[in-house]
Design a protein around this ligand. Structure first.
Ligand code: GLC
Length: 746
């Protein structure tokens, strides 16, 4: 195991101390010199060994050099429990229960880069403590359809928001000596047919929508990327020349390692030449399952060695792959700064802080919230999601937690001594609770009929001061889960009927939706208060209670649109999902016909009325915006422009506001979205306090990707700055002109 090998390396050092530490082990030497020194000491067999897995989640080191093996682990929200060497099932350890942090949709909904840094550092400490060198996350695939089963693992529909929010997570994680593995590169925007979908997308949509968050991750210094299962140009992403060699390593200068998704490699020669560096999870019977411990059968194992030994291929690509894996090792498994802690109070506090910052108050008519607890208040909590564990399930991001505070637990703790809290089931959803051998231990069986459950809830609701319905999705198959998409926007398990009945029984109804996707809300006009609560992990109940009781003033904003219907989503309006299977092959062609018009870009272009728009989120206070002003009315191509807008907390409690800046190109030679998010700032304001929020933007914020020139281009002309509290709550505008002529200095 790793410690022994590395200790061997260190003893090698001590033995060699008289002969000076070998360069590759000298942490003070320049990285590239260390890589070259190690490479020069390796045989071809050594190099082959380190570019493919030797177990379910680890790849080989170089024993003769004392270089330890490389350990990876899921996932983006917490460190997965140990599995058996060559199995998915857990190993049954007793010391690998972790802290589950909120899902990345919740992080994106915080719109706070500082929260993202906290997230990365906290999860990095958990991973380092567990001896993991590569954390298989974060994911930044764009939210193209609300049906995608894995949207809860990603950061929403807008490339700028996702890009700004993913960078600090990566840098925080890697500051602990653990590599990010940014996934799933690229165009993995739905789970149905994920291994066989050949995505067809125009270059403007590719470069303006689907690549920017990945580029931001590469620019942030990510040490590894995970290539996706799907195809583009009929080439699997795990060995796709255009995406891995030309774009990631060529245009972006990525110096890290490309790791395959598990089972995403299908061809040795393509894997050799098209940019794959580290092969994991291959089905070594070549079809659909893995002969056990058959790692020598991997495409980059014996088959590759044979091609080299026969002289059919050279070793240039092998050396490049080995360099990249060695670089990854020296940044992680050989990095003395790799250290951490697990299940610490700080990590629970971080999980709760992230959850508090990400919860979105969607509606609060009559200021039903926060719960007022003067007098003898009765609070009825209804719904399976008030008690069901959400950290088990959902696919590879599933976890074995040390603890998980349910919404009911959280509310009971927060209202202890202040209100009577009672719970009723309301509906029966998914009573299972197991993933890869991790079980929740909850017995959620309930044989009562839907009618009986509703009758009980309504009866209790009539006598309550508040009714808190906690429902939504639950990460079971088809309900926000890997390898399956939802089949519609509707809430499952008859929840709509329960909500309607409760709304008729009590005017103080609060619906808490736990999900990583938008859902339909046919009852939206009958429910005064609605909270989007995400999958919040170990501290879920405490964060939800923090917001419902007013201990925390909600400040989250939606990272994606809640459409009123699927027909208000480009992918569905144009019949561009899930694609069409070819007559003579398993390949499914899926053309992203909506192009750049994804999310609010489509809503604005088609003038649809979302249920709740991108960037929406209320507060228990109110904010007033003054007039937005620009410091120049005309700027040249090399200039920047500063936009200033005074924002005042006009309410009675402290709060945070996410001030959003969108840009509209008044007249372009190409179709452009009516507006696009190009800056945002989360500001904390005391009652009565005003802050002049300033944004400085340049040509990049005005540009579109010119697919003919294959370059970002800003066209001279008039632009409008739109500043607001959401994409549909624009509070102030300002105009300016971009010119390609020299402009007198300000
Ligand atoms: C899965 C997922 C990927 C995960 C990997 C290892 O199929 O697509 O996100 O990290 O395999 O579990």
């Amino acid at each position: 195991m790793k410690p022994i090998l590395f200790a061997a390396a260190l003893s090698l050092c001590s033995l060699a101390s008289s002969a000076a530490t070998p360069l590759y082990l000298d942490n003070n030497a320049p990285l590239e010199e260390r890589v070259e020194d190690a490479l020069s000491r390796m045989t071809t067999a050594d190099k082959i060994a380190i570019i493919h897995a030797q177990s379910k989640f680890c790849s080989a080191g170089v024993p003769s050099l004392g270089i330890p093996e490389l350990w990876t682990s899921d996932g983006p929200h917490g460190v997965r429990p140990e599995v058996l060497w060559d199995e998915w099932d857990q190993a049954g350890w007793t010391n690998d229960s972790c802290v589950a942090f909120p899902a990345l949709t919740a992080l994106a909904a915080s719109w706070d880069p500082a929260i993202s840094r906290l997230y990365g550092e906290s999860i990095g400490e958990e991973a380092a403590y567990r001896g993991k060198d590569v954390l298989l996350g974060p994911g930044v695939n764009i939210y193209r359809t609300p049906l995608n089963g894995r949207n809860f693992e990603y950061m929403g529909e807008d490339p700028y928001l996702a890009g700004v929010m993913v960078a600090p997570y990566i840098q925080g994680l890697q500051s602990k000596g653990v590599a990010a593995c940014v996934k799933h590169f690229a165009l993995n925007n739905n789970e149905v047919n994920r291994h066989t979908t050949n995505v067809i997308v125009d270059d403007r949509a590719l470069y303006e929508i689907y690549l920017p968050a990945f580029k931001a991750a590469a620019d942030a210094g990510a040490w590894s990327f995970m290539a996706a299962y799907n195809l583009n140009g009929d080439e699997h992403m795990c060995h796709n020349k255009r995406f891995l060699n030309d774009i990631l390593k060529g245009e972006w200068g990525f110096d890290g390692a490309v790791i395959s998704d598990w089972g995403g490699v299908h061809d040795t020669r393509e894997a050799i030449t098209n940019g794959l560096d580290l092969e994991f999870g291959t089905w070594t019977n070549g079809l659909s399952s893995g002969a056990s411990n058959a790692y020598d059968n991997y495409y980059l194992a014996r088959p590759y060695l044979k091609l080299i030994e026969s002289g059919e291929v050279g070793t240039a690509e092998l050396d490049d792959k080995a360099r990249r894996v060695l670089r990854l090792m020296m940044r992680t498994s050989m990095n003395p700064a790799q250290r951490g802690s697990m299940c610490s109070p700080e990590h629970y506090t971080a999980a709760r802080t992230i959850g508090d910052a990400g919860i979105v108050l969607l509606k609060n008519d009559g200021n039903v919230l926060p719960i007022k607890t003067e007098g003898d208040v009765k609070v009825l909590v209804v719904g399976e999601n008030a008690v069901k564990m959400m950290t088990v399930g959902g696919g590879s991001s599933s976890l074995k937690v040390q603890r998980e505070i349910s919404p009911l637990d959280g509310l009971r703790a927060a209202l202890d001594g202040k209100a009577q809290v009672e719970w009723v089931r309301g509906y029966v959803g998914d009573v299972t609770g197991e993933y890869n051998g991790v079980v929740t231990g909850q017995d959620l069986t309930d044989s009562r009929s839907a009618e009986e459950l509703i009758a009980e809830a309504v009866d209790k609701a009539r006598g309550a001061d508040y009714v808190i319905f906690v429902g939504g999705l639950n990460k079971s198959a088809g309900q926000d889960c890997e390898d399956a998409d939802r089949t519609g926007l509707e809430l499952p398990y008859n929840q709509d009927a329960v909500i309607e009945a409760l709304a008729a029984a009590n005017p103080n109804l609060v619906v808490v939706n736990v999900s990583g996707n938008a859902v339909a809300m046919p009852w939206v006009n009958k429910v005064p208060a609605i909270v989007q609560a995400w999958f919040l992990g170990s501290e879920a109940g405490n964060s939800i209670a923090d917001v419902l009781t007013g201990a925390v003033n909600p400040s989250g904003k939606l990272p994606f649109t809640f459409p009123t219907s699927l027909n208000d989503v480009g992918a569905h309006a144009l019949g561009a999902y899930p694609g069409t299977q070819r007559a003579d092959s398993p390949i499914v062609d899926l053309e992203y016909k909506e192009g750049i018009l994804v999310g609010y870009r489509w809503a604005d272009a088609k003038n649809t009325k979302p249920l709740f728009p991108f960037g929406h989120g209320l507060s228990y206070t109110t904010f007033e915006y003054g007039d937005a002003t620009v410091d120049s009315k005309t700027i040249g191509m090399g200039d920047s422009i500063t936009v200033s807008v005074p924002v005042t907390n006009t309410g009675k409690v402290p709060g945070q506001e996410v001030v959003q800046l969108y840009i509209a190109d008044n007249k372009a030679s190409v179709v452009r979205p009516p507006k696009e998010l190009k800056a945002f700032k989360k500001v904390a304001l005391l009652p009565g306090q005003t802050e002049v929020v300033k944004f400085t933007i340049g040509k990049d914020a005005l540009s579109f990707f010119d697919d003919k020139a294959h370059a970002w281009t800003a066209e001279p002309g008039k632009f409008t700055v739109l500043v607001g509290s959401s994409s549909r709550d624009i509070r102030s505008k300002a105009a300016f002109t971009l010119t390609d002529k020299a402009v007198a200095s300000k």
